[in-house]
Ligand binder design. Structure first.
Ligand SMILES: C[S@@+](CC[C@H](N)C(=O)[O-])C[C@H]1O[C@@H](n2cnc3c(N)ncnc32)[C@H](O)[C@@H]1O
Length: 268
């Protein structure tokens, strides 16, 4: 399994906005009191526990590949109807309780652009989501869409090139999968998941961070992009390039060019 870069404390300070900007996807999930819901890439469990509070007579299981997140989620949020398990979701079929066809809903927020980075696992991933769901069960998710954080990707590629990383390697260091709605609809349909909605939204997003962090928490974005021995210089260059682009003149607040892809698909 890949190195665990996640930390619950750092995540809530640098990217705490992620679970907060979920009104739309949560409304699509339409949690019912008896729902059994699987949360793929649940992270620190903040959102999972909110879902479990509404599914008060049901059950919510959060899965994540980060041991650090799962440990923190178990300590802070585990309850009688909300549990967490360490699991690489690219291998969901290895988790018998996930793929047993018993779940009313499968949910994922801000995780599938990580989970689906390897093209070879996309077909099995969606097949496994199908296996997890009851007949007519719903798969509801939000992830980065086509063009997401384009400015970050451009600055990161250039900084890696300047640090002597070959072009192909610099491009390959981009760790995310940001599909178009057309591409995602095709992947869902191929797995016998009927697409009820697949939408794309440009959502400029304000970064939150500790006040003494001049980059606005930007460093947290390059944890996977930059090889460890070059991180200092490369991260500084990326921040130097991006900070003025992201900073609003009127109040110094920092904004990132997010695009989101949201979808609702039903098992046939
Ligand atoms: C930006 S966080 C989102 C967490 C949470 N869903 C939220 O809304 O706050 C992305 C999460 O995806 C998880 N992740 C990345 N690759 C994964 C994989 N292959 N299997 C399971 N989780 C994965 C990371 O560990 C991380 O917790």
């Amino acid at each position: 399994m890949a190195k665990d870069h996640w930390s619950a404390n750092k995540y809530s300070s640098a990217a705490g906005f992620v679970p907060k900007l979920t009104t739309k996807v949560i409304s699509y999930l339409d949690v019912q009191p008896n729902d059994r819901i699987l949360d793929l890439g649940c992270g620190d469990g903040v959102l999972t526990t909110q879902i479990a509070q509404t599914a008060s007579q049901g059950e919510v299981l959060g899965l994540d590949a980060s041991e650090s997140f799962i440990k923190s989620a178990q300590q802070q949020y585990a309850s009688s109807n909300c549990t967490f398990k360490h699991q690489d979701c690219t291998k969901l079929d290895q988790c018998a309780e996930a793929v047993d066809g018993s779940w009313d809903k499968v949910f994922s927020n801000a995780a599938m652009h990580w989970i689906l980075r390897n093209p070879d696992i996309r077909t099995p991933y969606f097949d496994n989501v199908n296996k997890a769901l009851k007949p007519a069960g719903k798969f509801v998710f939000e992830m980065g869409g086509n063009g997401n954080v384009a400015e970050v990707q451009a600055a990161a590629t250039a900084a890696l090139l300047h640090a002597g990383v070959p072009l192909e390697k610099a491009r390959a260091a981009n760790p995310w999968f940001f599909p178009s709605t057309e591409h995602m609809s095709g992947l869902l349909s191929n797995a016998e998941l009927e697409v009820e909605l697949c939408e794309h939204e440009y959502r400029s997003t304000k970064l939150t961070a500790d006040t003494d962090d001049k980059s606005g928490g930007l460093e947290g974005w390059f944890i996977e992009v930059v090889p460890e021995d070059r991180q200092g210089g490369v991260v500084k260059e990326i921040c130097d390039v991006l900070t003025p682009i992201m900073t609003r003149h009127e109040d110094g607040s920092k904004w990132m060019g997010y695009t989101r892809l949201r979808a609702v698909a039903r098992k046939k």
